[in-house]
Structure formats: C-alpha cells, structure tokens
Design a protein around this ligand. Structure first.
Ligand SMILES: Nc1ncnc2c1ncn2[C@@H]1O[C@H](COP(=O)(O)OP(=O)(O)OP(=O)(O)O)[C@@H](O)[C@H]1O
Ligand SMILES: [Mg+2]
Length: 599
C-alpha cells in the first residue's frame, strides 16, 4: 500500500487486503444494508466501465451533484478508477451556481442525486453545452437520453473488462495527475476551483494513518458533505486504514442514527457541537430544581478533572469518587445519546471555541480539533490521542512545513497536501504562493511547541476607524458560549468608529427560553422583537463588554428577524457565516447603528 501512486491503486489495494470486511453501511428505506470491499469493487467496476464506454478521458472532470450517500462514494470511486477526476457540487447550490462549476470545470458527465437536482440542470441546460450526460442516482431517465440512471450506466459498464483487467485501467495514472477539483466553501467570496492531485490524497491518507488516531476496527458515522474537502479526506483515510463507514448525509437523521449505528468516531463541524451544547444547557434549565443542580455540580466536577487531565495530572481519591458519580448520573446519558461506543469526535472546517471543547471534555466527550483548507486537502493540522491541546488545532502532519509570515503572522504552508493551482486562475494562483512556494492561507495564528492556534482570518480582522484591530471570531465565540440561544452572531466594525453586532437566535433554544420566562404562544418573529428577549441579550453583551478593552466593546446590537441559514445563502454548506453576504443583506440596519453619532 505504501507505493500506491494514485487513489484507484489505494482502493484496489484495500479490496485485496480485506475483501470480505464491511466497507459501507447505508440506509435503504427503514433498514441498513452493507457492502463488503469486494462488493464495493464490483459496483465501482460497473460505474467505471460505464464512464469509459461513454468516452471518459484521463483527468477529465466528472461532477457529482448530491448530498452524502453511498452512491456518491461509488460514483467518486468509479470516476477515479476510470482515470477521471471528480469535481463536487453541493445539493444546496442554485442552478446558476451549478452551471458555473460545470462550465468552469469543463465537465461532460454529471452524477445527480435525484430528479430535483436534475431539474436544476435542465433549467440551465442552454448554459452547459459541454455536458453530454447526466446520471441520476434515484430518478427518472429523460426521453432524449440526456439523463440516464445509475443502473443504466452500470449496465453499459458490464462487459467492459472481459478482455482486460479493471485494475490496469489506472496503472499509468501517476501521482502528479489531477484527482479532484473541489470548490472552496465560498465563505469570503466566490468559490474557487482547487486542483488536488492524487499525491495530495495519498499523502493525507498516509499522514492520518501514521497518527494512530483511527483504527481498522473503527466504525465511522459519516454525514458531512462529501463535496467538502473535510468529508473527502475521511474517505481517503478509510481506504488506507480500512475501517467501515455508515453513510447518511441527512442532518435530521443524525440523532436517531447515532443510537442505531453506535459509531466509534464521528467528524463534525463546530456548529453541531454548539447545538448539542445549547440543547444540554437549556435542557438542564428547563428541568430546573434538583436536576439542574445535579447537572451543574457534575459539570463543575468534570471541569476540575478535565483541567487536571490537560495538565497531565491525575485527580485525587475524593475527586475521583465524585467524578465517578457525576459520570453515572449525568455524563452517561450524554454518551448514550451518541450510541455509547464513541471514542471521540473530530472537529474541523471552522473554529471550535476552546470553552466549548472544554465543556465536552469535562463531560468525558473527546473532540480532536483539526485545521486545513480545501487548498491543503483539508487535514493539515490535527490533535490526536496523547497530543491534544484544547484551543489549538494540533500540529502539522509529518512532512508539512509551516511558518508564520513576518509582520502579520499569516500561516504559510508547504507540503505534498497543497494544491497544484486554482483552476483557470493563474494570477490568483501566483498571488497565493510566496516566493519560496509556501501557500498563503489567509489565516493568522501563533505556534507554541508546534501546536498551532488560529487567531482569525486575515481578511476578517476588523480595523476600526481608530486604527485598532479586532478579531471578530473570538468575540463571537464568547457570546455563543455565554448565551446558548444565539445561533449565529456577526461582529461588525470595519472602518467604523466602534464595533457592533448582529445576533440570530436558534428557534428551538429561543422557544425553550421563552417558555421558562413565561412567554408562551408567541411566534419566533415576535420573540425577536420582544423587550424581554432584548433585555436578556443586552445583559449578555454588557457582561462581555466589561471584560474587553474599550475599542472592542460592542456598543450597539440588533436581533435579526430570522435565523441565518444555508437556504437563505447566509451560511456555507459547512455552516460557516458568509460575512460579506450577511453584511450586505443587513446593510441598512448596520448603517443605522452609525448614523446617531455615538462612539
Ligand atoms: N479548526 C479551525 N479553526 C479555525 N479556522 C478553521 C479551522 N478549520 C478550518 N478553518 C477555516 O476554514 C478555512 C478553509 O475552509 P474552506 O477551504 O472550506 O473554504 P473557505 O476558506 O471557508 O471559503 P473561501 O475560500 O471560498 O472563502 C480556513 O482558511 C480557515 O479560515
Ligand atoms: Mg479559503
């Protein structure tokens, strides 16, 4: 396996090593079905054969427009094992966004999840003349055969390998060939096509395997969007290490599925941990009385133990006994929620606040935070067992070089995981690398004994008109911890004479708070305008302000009439706040903060 030069070889090698082990588990109506590695190979072979029959050329892009599901994985492997390159589109992308990616990537063949996704392509068909075929996972073929089903493609593929070996198709695909064209999240502007080579994924898979974080006997629960590099890198780790993965991308199934699958590890984005935290804290408050007291006591004990553990110390006898009791009374319920076998979570794609991570650590739930960019094939820094420092994103994968730019401390990265280029963007590519070939990440941070701490994104730093810099992410994280009713918060203040913020409230947490405070039968929208809610928020902000230097204090705020969502274009598919989009949407409101002459 060490000499695999491309992803297809990594897959073939996995099949050869453990043909009869479970590879994937996936939902079919109300039950779960499984595929062994050998069965996976047979399905993939037909898909590759079908693509070759359609005339797919080496390194030619095939797009997948789908949520996370077993067919996504089979299609991706089918493309790679036919020497093609996968490009990814989120199901939440609009029809024009799909058209942009399909044209920009030069795609001829597109896999689509459903008739609903195909309808988007039909809508922009005139703008995507290069697209010859759409292959729908679960849907109907079109009369003119522009759309065919996955089954029809697989039928075309059968018989392709009667006279030659399937494994031979990719024998000339060297490690410097294109494997994936992933578009960035679009947090800061238009998504950019990132060219990742086979070697990027081989490197990532080897690097992760070397950490001893994931094991062959693990069972992963995968629901992250596979169109994002974080989801993709987990797939590569799976091929290298060989653990089984249960796949279901529907977020509303997460809680139910965890109880059934009982995974040993799950990767997630910070917003998920924030939601669990909000639910736990408001759940305890709702119960009130002695139960809330027991919860608070258990968390206090948990925190004491967590602190000692972080310092490498053991708790004394009395504290150990208290901790045992806290585990039995409170923490075991939380563990039960995750299925009871979970070894740890992995968090990535956006900052996880240190106090949130500490909260989970106190309850015995381990979250290993990692950091990377689409441009670096996702997992560039990671914490792992025996090497976990909360508040940092861990240290670099072996072989990746990192340094901080002089002056602004921008994180600069060089290594085999780094992209070849931005697709069709030579100028932007040139600007993104420094003279020594380091990728300029756009993030700023500090390094302590090799552990990286991310301060913020360089472009998100707020320079107030007084010339002071404010890092908004840190303030936003503190507000979210202080007030579980907050779903998103945006700190604003660039070129303004003071900072302010926009707050969006989580509908479920707000409802629970409202009930406890005697505000029943009031709609979400009315609550956002309610005086008591505003007073509560005012209190949270004033408490934070007392801890801040004057130029960082939030002098004005507004509660937004609606939550910020992916559907409304406020968040990226990995649930990151699109600052510019939100600031533009609420421009008048923000401007109104600064017209009264307050400073
Ligand atoms: N653990 C983390 N802590 C802080 N920030 C993180 C972490 N992991 C990822 N990030 C942020 O996510 C960025 C990489 O995300 P991704 O490549 O998905 O697209 P994006 O940068 O959000 O979008 P775009 O480049 O289109 O604006 C990093 O540059 C960093 O700002
Ligand atoms: Mg980026």
């Amino acid at each position: 396996m060490h000499d695999c030069q491309n992803v297809a070889a990594l897959f073939h090698s996995r099949v050869l090593q453990t043909p009869n082990s479970e590879a994937f588990r996936y939902p079919v109506e109300n039950r779960w079905e499984s595929l062994t590695w050998q069965q996976t190979r047979d399905r993939v072979q037909d898909i590759s054969g079908g693509l070759l029959a359609l005339g797919l050329q080496p390194e030619e892009r095939c797009a997948i427009l789908s949520g996370t599901c077993i067919d996504w994985i089979l299609a991706d492997l089918g493309i790679l094992c036919a020497s093609g390159a996968t490009t990814t589109i989120y199901p939440s992308n609009t029809a024009p966004e799909c058209a942009f990616i399909l044209s920009d990537s030069g795609t001829r063949f597109v896999f689509a999840e459903s008739d609903e996704q195909v309808a988007k392509l039909q809508q922009v068909r005139g703008d995507i003349p290069k697209v010859e075929k759409v292959i729908v996972f679960q849907g109907t073929p079109s009369q003119d055969e522009w759309v065919i089903t996955l089954e029809q493609l697989s039928q075309k593929g059968r018989g392709q390998f009667l006279s030659r070996s399937f494994e031979d198709v990719t024998k000339d695909v060297t490690k410097d060939k294109l494997a994936t064209l992933i578009y960035t999240s679009g947090t800061t502007g238009h998504p950019k096509g990132v060219e990742l080579l086979h070697d990027c994924w081989i490197y990532e898979s080897e690097g992760i395997a070397a950490l001893n974080l994931l094991r062959y006997d693990d069972l992963q629960y995968l629901w992250l969007p596979l169109a994002h590099s974080f989801g993709k890198v987990l797939q590569m780790a799976q091929l290298r290490i060989g653990f089984a993965t249960a796949v279901d991308g529907r977020p509303d199934k997460l809680v139910d599925n965890l109880a059934v699958i009982r995974p040993t590890f799950v990767a997630a984005v910070p917003r998920i941990f924030e939601k669990i935290y909000a639910k736990m804290v408001s759940g305890a408050k709702e119960k009130g009385g002695w139960r809330q007291k027991v919860f608070n006591w258990a968390m206090k004990v948990g925190r004491q133990v967590s602190r000692l553990q972080q310092e490498g110390k053991r708790p004394g006898l009395l504290l150990s006994m208290k901790h045992y009791l806290a585990s039995r009374l409170v923490f075991s319920k939380l563990h039960g929620l995750f299925g009871g076998r979970l070894r740890f979570f992995v968090s990535g794609s956006a900052p996880l606040s240190a106090s949130l991570n500490e909260f989970f650590h106190a309850a015995g739930v381990i979250i290993y935070e990692g950091y990377g960019l689409t441009e670096t094939s996702a997992a560039t820094f990671v914490n792992f067992p025996g090497h976990n420092r909360i508040g940092t994103v861990g240290s670099a994968l072996p072989g990746t070089e990192v340094k901080l730019a002089e002056g602004d401390s921008e994180i600069l990265i060089k290594g085999r995981g780094v992209m070849r280029a931005y697709h069709n963007q030579p100028e932007m590519t040139a600007e993104t690398f420094d003279s020594e070939g380091y990728l300029k990440t756009g993030d700023i941070g500090t390094l302590e004994d090799g552990f990286l701490r991310i301060t913020d994104r360089k472009k998100d730093l707020i320079k107030t008109s007084g010339g002071k810099y404010v890092a908004p992410q840190a303030l936003e994280a503190q507000l979210k911890m202080a007030c579980p009713q907050i779903s998103q918060v945006l700190v604003h203040g660039n070129n303004r004479n003071f900072c302010s913020c926009l707050v969006a409230l989580d509908p479920a947490a707000l409802k629970s708070w409202a009930t406890q405070n005697g505000l029943t039968n009031i709609s979400y929208e009315e609550l956002t305008r309610n005086e008591k809610v505003r007073e509560m928020m005012q209190g949270v902000i004033e408490t934070l302000n007392k801890t801040l230097p004057s130029y960082e204090t939030l002098k004005k705020f507004a509660i937004l009439p609606a939550d910020l969502t992916l559907e409304a274009g406020d968040l990226t598919p990995s649930l990151k706040l699109k600052r510019k989009a939100v600031e533009a949407k609420y421009k008048d409101l923000l401007d109104s903060f600064y017209t009264g002459g307050k400073d």
